[in-house]
Structure formats: structure tokens, C-alpha cells
Design a protein around this ligand. Sequence first.
Ligand code: HEC
Length: 502
Amino acid sequence: MKNQLFIYALAALAMGQACKNAGDYSKSVDDYLQLDSTTLEIATVADSLQVPWELAYHKDKLIFTEIAGTVKQLDLKTGKVKQLLHLTDVFQKRSTGLLGIAVQKTDAEHPYVILNYTTKKDSVISSKLVRYEYATDTLIHPTQLLEIRGNTAHNGTRLHLTQKDIIYWATGDAYDFPTAQDSTSLNGKILRINLDGSIPQDNPIPNSYVYAWGFRNMQGLTIDERGNIFTSEHGDAIEDEVNHILPIHNYGWPLFEGSYDTRTEAEKKGSTTAFTAPLRTWGPPIAPSGLAFYDHDIIPEWKNSLLLGTLKNQSLRILHLADDRKSILSEKVFLTNRYGRIRAVCVAPNGDIFLTTSNRDWNPQPGFPKPTDDRIIRLRPVKKALKDNLLTEDKPATPAKVDGAVLYKNYCASCHKEDGLGVKNSFPPLKGSARVKDSNSLLTIVLKGLDGKQAIDGVNYGTMMPSFAFMKDEELSSLLSYISKQFGSGTSITANQIKQKR
Ligand code: HEC
């Protein structure tokens, strides 16, 4: 008997398990996070993945997508990862690929699984919504529900499937901004769809999938048990949003963005269209991604909150909601730069929280990817931390006096990188650029932005660069002088020069 126990213990060790109960599997415990009174254990439950983009919980398993076109299942009891499906018609480049997944909440033997991915046929990119059946260790019987315009960027997507079998699909503007204001187009919208692809009878606009509009590129979607819909959205490199979605409301893009009053927004102020303001905005951008509503007693500090993963700021944020869930009362930031880009957030029925990292995508940040990336990590309460050096809430640094290097890091480095070398074929280098060496053209570009239509040193980037005219003269002066010193001719650019150029 003793021997047998010893063998069991060895077997458990060999499997890398610190098992107490079923579902407690972990590969490694990486950190402990101390909240006011709760201690959370942060453990890796799967690693060596390729950009796990979205995950859904189903009966002790997580079903997740990887951007290049695979759907996998992680058995939370054993830690086994199994491939369920490999799609061969996925178009994957930069942010396109196999993105959203939602699993039907049912006890039926073969629940439906909804997938969204981009495809390319004769140079036309589209974004497909496809339904599968989840059989033992595989997905079968694909049925296409809907196909909308896609592009090389701004495809969204997040999916949510309700208890009543209604699909909500948060789509992107497919890089064609006006389409978000066109209520007859399906891009830049929240769409509401039946499981067979038909239009629900009780949609707010008869015979239309459109539920709400005016969106740029949503990256998070969650619905609470009262039916409140929340989304996260990437702004135009200046302003990110979390929105509370109401039927046939217009969320403004591209006419209005966030709550900044940039000049174009101010000009539009006389507009008669009623726009719905975000619950919260961020600038400089944090690139908000996966969003999940949390209301479990096991982490009382996070009850009645939205959990938000971020890509640029690489953090987990807790947005505390008011009791009526119509406003955000406070925001707390955790795990900044600890695990890299956080792409997806999922809450299991027992209150465990699962996050995916996205450090092997097209835009990794300094220090990443780590050898075991990408990972799925789990946060759950424990009685006692088994390590010293507990992580705690990240307090925002007190805003220092205007500093060009900090401004560069906050507003430019996510695309042009800290070393100014950019990302090949995606973002041009600033270092050595003739237009950066010439203060006058540098100033014009930053004040006016670029439309992505002209080739730069023989490369057609095809992506616009936003205007940064919302920044103050003094800020721009120290930012541009910094850029000039680091990457250009070294000439200082004064606040007065900027004022005259505006
Ligand atoms: C969201 C990504 C993004 C951010 C953030 C961004 N840029 Fe750019 N930038 C681009 C893209 C894309 C281009 C190329 C646009 C084109 O092809 O028209 C570009 C081009 C430029 C160029 C022209 C380079 C050349 O050689 O012609 C300059 C200068 C520049 N950016 C400066 C900045 C500065 C300064 C900041 C920060 C205040 C910044 N950018 C922030 C994406 C970005």
C-alpha cells in the first residue's frame, strides 16, 4: 500500500502536477498576487502555443483558437492539449486569421461551436462566421452562417453565445471607416444572429442583423447575467474605449472617438446625430483586448467587475462597475509587463480566471516572447502563498514633467519600436529616415498624420498613421526633439515652431 502511494506520488510529480482535486492541474505556479484580503495563485496550465486568440469553457475543458487556424482543447483535469480542427482556408497575416470562438451552453451531446476567421479568395479578403458541432475530440459538420467584408486589419472580432442561443458578433470596420456609420453594412457593428444564421425576430431593426453601430475595431465582448453588453475597442492610436452597448445606439466612429476633443471632432460638434459616449477611455493607448464580467464570491475584491486584458500596456485591469452596471467606478491594474500581451480572458463557472498571452503575434513587446510562450494562465484563490515576493496592484507612476523619451514610449514605440527601427513591412523605421531628419516634414507628419497611400523608401505600408495634433505644444516639442536627437539630425524643435505650424 505504501509502495503504491509512493508510485502515485511519483507519477503525479512526473506529470508536473500539484494535484489536490480534479481540475487543479498546473505545469508551474509562477506567481502569487496579493489583493486586499485574497491571495491568488497564478499558474501556467498550457504553454508553447501560437497566439491563442480566444478561449471558451465547456465541462472541465477550455476550447481555444490559435490565430494560424487551429482549434484546440485543454483538459483542465489532466493538462492534455488536443487539436480538434485545422482549418486550411484561413488567411493569416498580422492581425488577421482564426479569431473568435464561442461554445453553446448546453448539456446536449454535441454542442455547437461558432468560429470566426478571415479568408482570401482572388485577392478579396472576407470574414466568415461558421458553425461546427463539438463531438469527442473533434469538430464536425461545418455550416457557414454569414460572410462579411474583411481586410488586412480591423476585422474585430469577438463572439458571445447566450444561454438563449443568440450569437452576438462584434465586427471591425474592415479598414473602411465610413462603413461603421452605414447602418446597412455589417462592418463596424454589433450583430445579433440566430444559431442557424437567420435574423432573430426581436432584433431592434426588423430584418437586419445590426444591433448597434459606429465601431472601429472591437477586441473584447462580454454579457452579464442581466443582459448588459460590454465591449472593448481599439482607438485610432490615441483613444481606446470600453462601451456599454444599447440597441440601435451609435458609438460615433469615425465621426467621434472617445472623449478627446480633437479638432475634427470639435468641428463635428454641431452634428445632429446622437452618439453614445464610452464608459471609459484611455490615452495613451493600452490596446484593450479580452473582456469578461466577474461576479464570483471567491474573489470578493473583484466582484461586479469587468476583467480586461491589454496588449500594449500588457496588464490585467479590473474595472469596478456601479451596482446598476451603467458606469465604471474605479480601475485597478495588475501584472503589468509580467506575462506580456494579454489577448483573451475567460471566467470558468467556479470563478477561476483564465488568460492567454499573445507574445508570438506580429507585434511582440520588449523582453518577449519567453521560451514557453504563448501560454494559458490561471488565476484562483489559495489559502496561503508558497513564495515570498508577492505581486500586488501596480500603482500608476505619478505623471512626471514632460519627458520626450516617456512620450515616445507611450505614443510611438508600440509601432515604431523603442529603437526606432519599426516593424518590417508594417511600420517604417524612424531611424535614418530622410523625413525624420528634416524637422519641418517630421512636424507636418505628426500634426497631420499619413494616409498610408504613398510608398516610403519603396515600401507601401498601406496603413494610415493618426494625427497627434491633440498633444500640447510643449509635449510635442520635447517628443520631437527627442526623436530628432535619437533617430534624426539632432535639431531641437521648439513649442513656438509647433504653434506656428498648427
Ligand atoms: C498605430 C501605429 C503607429 C503609431 C502609434 C505611430 N505611427 Fe508613425 N507611422 C505608422 C505608419 C503605418 C506609418 C506609415 C504611413 C504611410 O505609409 O503613409 C508611419 C509613418 C511615420 C513617419 C514617416 C516615416 C518616413 O520615413 O516617411 C513618421 C515621421 C512617423 N510615423 C512618426 C511617428 C511619431 C512621432 C509617432 C508618435 C507620436 C508615431 N509615428 C506613432 C504607424 C504608427
